[in-house]
Design a protein around this ligand. Structure first.
Ligand code: ARG
Length: 457
């Protein structure tokens, strides 16, 4: 009983099944590094305000470093009686330093300690994910220079709509990931507020200096209400929600490329290293990695839901339910990290099947909207132009031909505003060249945006 750091008031040993049920060391051991860093910041503060001596501070800091090394080398055995990473590290410290080690937990509790650890961990995780997102953006931007000649059908409802530069597709993903990075940067501001010293729920009567501890740990501010601190997992929910959106974006990309790899589309070939075969059909090269990126997005989005559900009914301050937060947090992070690590190689290695794309580019009346806009430029009201082109499309369909194959007489019979220069907007390549508004898929705007991306990344 006395073996438990909190065992003083207990007259019965904990049921081993309860120990097994309540432990978190099996999943929070990965907080060791941030737990040690947090404790070292705390010890520095305790020494500054005179709650421990400078010698005690040094002993604590160096011993914690040693414990960190031992943990990373697998020399410390996890025991479920010691519940979590915090108690393992503290008891290792006490085993080495005796009474000096017993002073470390002065002016804090595991409640602000775990919140501090998590904030330090999430802060690092944000920086890692941000760098990985930048790698993905770079992969799209880098392949763009080689893809500038390629014009693609753009789709809405998965129906051929208007032509765009293929680079417009690549930069569309860059924009999505830019918003993801922006959201992470914003989330980081709220992560970077120190919980440390809020103690169990009410703060402390000891002369601790929370601002100093925060400074030692590179936090930008100090959380102002101790009751709020130990119940606050907003920062995790925000972070995992950001990851959820990244997952959704990756899934959209994966879905699109899975379609593009089909024989039906035939736009793209994936590098063999990122596909797998079939055990029975020798010809198959399946886009399993993309399918799993799409599939694994479910875990990440579910993790955000899990965190919302975890906190929604909790009263203020700490409740043990919160221990479950780490499971969702780590799953979401590990999953997104694994997806983002593979993505740049797939983006870089995929080969556009340009001949195949070109061969079918004139199908589906991709130039119909360009023709309508030509009519508008000739003074035809938009709705009238829409109707004229709609009728011309029907004519073409009945004759299995393209708009560009109608002769001038036929076109002028449909609308007398049509002049010989109409040929300049007919055909997908002409139609894409005509796109010029800001943010559109024509060569002018796309090249401009590509240059911006090249200098930004
Ligand atoms: N293992 C716990 C968790 O992750 C640490 C905090 C425990 N606090 C407590 N009052 N039992 O949430």
């Amino acid at each position: 009983m006395a073996a438990k750091p909190w065992g003083g008031a207990f007259s019965q040993a904990t049921d081993p099944r309860v120990e097994k049920f309540t432990e978190s060391i099996s999943f929070d051991a990965r907080l060791a590094e941030v737990d040690i860093r947090g404790s070292q910041g705390h010890a520095r503060m305790l020494a500054e305000v005179g709650l421990i001596s400078a010698d005690e501070r040094e002993a604590i800091i160096t011993t914690l470093d040693q414990i960190g090394v031992e943990i990373s080398e697998g020399q410390i055995e996890w025991k479920i009686e010691l519940e979590d990473i915090h108690m393992h590290i503290e008891s290792a410290l006490i085993a080495r330093l005796g009474d000096v080690g017993r002073k470390l937990h002065t002016g804090r509790s595991r409640n602000d300690q775990v919140a501090t650890d998590l904030k330090l961990w999430v802060r690092g995780a944000i920086d890692e994910i941000d760098a990985l997102l930048a790698d993905v953006q770079r992969a799209f931007v880098e392949r763009s220079a080689g893809d500038l000649e390629v014009v693609m059908p753009g789709y809405t409802h998965l129906q051929r709509a208007q032509p765009v530069m293929v680079v417009h597709y690549w930069l569309a993903y860059c924009e999505k990931f830019a918003r993801d990075r922006d959201r992470l940067a914003d989330c980081r501001k709220r992560v970077n507020i120190s919980p440390l010293g809020a103690a169990a729920l009410a703060g402390s009567s000891l002369p601790i200096d929370r601002h100093l501890a925060a400074k030692f740990l590179d936090f930008e501010g100090v959380a102002a209400n101790s009751l709020d601190v130990s119940s606050d997992r907003d920062f995790e929910i925000e972070f995992v929600s950001c990851l959820g959106l990244i997952a959704a974006h990756l899934s959209t990309w994966a879905e699109e490329w899975i379609l593009w790899c089909t024989t039906e589309f035939g736009y793209l070939k994936l590098p063999h290293a990122y596909t797998t075969g079939s055990s029975i059909m020798p010809q198959k090269r399946n886009p399993d990695v993309l399918e799993l990126i799409r599939g694994k997005s479910a875990r990440v989005i579910a993790a955000a839901q899990q965190l919302f559900l975890l906190v929604k009914g909790l009263p203020l301050a700490y409740n043990r339910d919160l221990q479950e937060d780490k499971l969702a947090l780590f799953v979401a992070f590990d999953t997104i990290k694994a997806c983002l690590e593979l993505t740049p190689s797939i983006v870089a290695g995929a080969q556009l099947q340009t001949e195949r794309i070109d061969a079918r580019l004139e199908e589906g009346f991709l130039d119909a909207t360009a023709l309508m806009e030509y009519l508008i430029k000739q003074g035809v009201p938009m709705r009238t132009g829409h109707e004229v082109v709609g009728k011309l499309v029907r004519t073409c369909e009945s004759r299995s031909c393209r708009l560009a194959e109608l002769n001038l007489d036929e076109l002028q019979a449909a609308c007398d505003k049509i002049r010989p220069d109409v040929t300049q907007v007919l055909g997908a390549r002409n139609a894409v060249a005509a796109l010029q508004s800001y943010g559109s898929g024509g060569p002018g705007p796309v090249l401009e945006r590509l240059k911006e991306w090249q200098s930004k990344l």
